[in-house]
Design a protein. Structure first.
Ligand code: NAD
Ligand code: IPM
Ligand code: MN
Length: 344
C-alpha cells in the first residue's frame, strides 16, 4: 500500500505569486509520477491584496484554517505595499499566527550561474515577528510619525536557537548582526539573548558585526559567511543582498519555521513589473518546495529537486530573463521535471 499523500495548502497570493506557485505544484506532483516519490493533494487559498480587494480581508480566517489543517504550506507572494494602512499586514499576521519565529533563507551559488563577487554558501536567519516591522506606528502631529522597533528576549532567543541549530550542522559559524551604537537598548537585548544561546553550542563560533559593515563584507568576501542572524529589517535587507550574490531573487528560497509549524515561500515579492507575462523565474519557489519536503522528512525527494535545478542551471539550458535567457516559467519548470530522477 502506498503511503497517504501529503496535503499541501497553496497560498499563491498576488502578482507572479500564482504563476510561480503553479510551477512549484507541478514539480511536486511530478515526484510521484513514475519516479517513486511522495504524492500530494493540493488546496488553494486566497490571501494578500487581491483577497483584500475581493473579500475585504487580506488574511481570511478560512485560509488560516485550511493552512492549519494541511501537512505543509507553500506561499507565493503578497502585494503588501498596495494594502491600505488599516488592512492587516498579511505576512506579519501569518507569521505571528503560525508562531514561526524566523525565516531561514539559504543563499548558494550554482555552477553555471555567474557569481561576480565570488562563491557564497550562507544562510540568513531573520527574526520575523517583531523588530522594525512590529507594525506599531502612530502619527505624531500632522507632519511626523513614529515607528516602534520592539525587540524581546523571547523572540531573539527563538531566532538564535534556530540559527545555532543550523550552524551546528553546517560550518559552525554564526554572525549576529546589530547596530548597537545607534540602537543601544534594543540591540543589547538581542545580543544578550544570542550570547546566552551561544553557550548551549560551544562548538559553534559566534562573531558579531554592525549591519552596515556586514553588508560590505558580505559583498566583498561572501565565502567568509556561514549563518547570519539578524533582527527583522536587517535580515530582510541582508537576505536580498545574499540572494543577489547567489544569482538573484529568482533563485532564493526560504522557510519560516517555528517550534510547531512552518511554511515555505520564495524570498522575492510579487514583481509587478513582470506579473502576468509568464516570464518569472519559478526556481525560487521550486527550491522552497524542496525546503518544504526536507521539513516533512522527505530528504530524497528534496535532494532530487535540488539536483535537477542544479542540472538545469549547469547544463546551460533554458533560462528566464533575470538570468539572461528568454525562456518562460513553464519551459523552465518542464526542464526541471525532465531532469528529475528517482525521488523515492
Ligand atoms: P520584488 O521582489 O517583487 O521585485 C524586485 C525585482 O526583482 C523586480 O524587478 C522583479 O521583476 C524582480 N523579480 C522578483 N522575483 C522575480 C522572479 N521570480 N523572476 C524574475 N524576476 C523577479 O520586490 P518589490 O518590487 O520591492 O515588491 C513588489 C511587491 O511585493 C510589494 O508589494 C512588496 O511589499 C511585495 N513583497 C512581498 C513579499 C512576500 O510576499 N514574501 C516579499 C517581497 C516583497
Ligand atoms: C519579505 C518581504 C516582507 C517582509 C514585506 C513585503 C513586508 O520583504 O518577506 O522578505 O519583509 O516581511
Ligand atoms: Mn524582503
Amino acid at each position: 500500500m502506498s503511503p497517504a499523500p501529503y496535503s499541501v495548502c497553496l497560498i499563491p497570493g498576488d502578482g507572479i505569486g500564482p504563476e510561480v506557485v503553479d510551477c512549484g505544484r507541478r514539480v511536486l506532483a511530478a515526484l510521484a509520477d513514475g519516479r517513486g516519490g511522495p504524492s500530494f493533494t493540493f488546496t488553494r487559498q486566497a490571501a494578500g491584496f487581491d483577497a483584500y480587494r475581493q473579500g475585504g480581508d487580506s488574511l481570511p480566517a478560512a485560509m488560516l484554517r485550511a493552512a492549519e489543517a494541511a501537512d505543509a504550506v507553500l506561499v507565493g507572494a503578497m502585494d503588501v505595499a498596495r494594502l491600505p494602512v488599516d488592512a492587516t499586514q498579511p505576512l506579519r499576521a501569518l507569521r505571528r499566527h503560525f508562531k514561526v519565529h524566523a525565516s531561514v533563507r539559504p543563499a548558494r551559488t550554482f555552477p553555471g550561474v555567474p557569481a561576480p563577487f565570488g562563491q557564497i554558501d550562507a544562510v540568513v536567519v531573520r527574526e520575523v515577528t517583531e523588530g522594525m516591522y512590529s507594525g506599531i506606528e502612530y502619527r505624531a502631529g500632522d507632519h511626523a510619525a513614529c515607528g516602534v522597533r520592539m525587540i524581546t528576549r523571547q523572540a531573539s532567543t527563538r531566532a538564535a536557537r534556530i540559527t545555532f541549530q543550523q550552524a551546528a550542522v553546517r560550518r559552525r559559524k554564526v554572525t549576529a548582526v546589530h547596530k548597537i551604537g545607534a540602537l543601544k537598548l534594543t540591540d543589547s537585548i538581542f545580543l544578550e539573548a544570542v550570547e546566552r544561546v551561544a553557550e548551549e553550542f560551544p562548538e559553534v563560533q559566534l562573531e558579531t558585526r554592525n549591519v552596515d559593515a556586514c553588508a560590505l563584507e558580505l559583498v566583498r568576501s561572501p565565502a567568509d559567511f556561514d549563518v547570519i542572524l539578524a533582527t527583522n529589517a536587517f535580515g530582510d535587507i541582508l537576505s536580498d543582498v545574499a540572494a543577489g550574490l547567489a544569482g538573484g531573487l529568482g533563485l532564493a528560497p526560504s522557510g519560516c519555521v517555528g517550534e510547531r509549524r512552518a511554511y515555505f515561500e520564495p524570498v522575492h515579492g510579487t514583481a509587478p513589473d513582470i506579473a502576468g507575462q509568464g516570464v518569472a523565474n519559478p526556481l525560487a519557489t521550486v527550491l522552497s518546495a524542496a525546503l518544504m519536503l526536507r521539513h516533512l522528512g522527505e530528504r530524497t525527494a528534496a535532494e532530487a529537486i535540488d539536483a535537477s535545478v542544479a542540472d538545469v542551471l549547469a547544463a546551460g539550458g533554458p533560462r528566464t530573463r533575470d538570468l539572461g535567457g528568454s525562456a518562460g516559467s513553464a519551459e523552465i519548470t518542464d526542464a526541471v521535471i525532465n531532469a528529475l530522477s528517482g525521488a523515492g
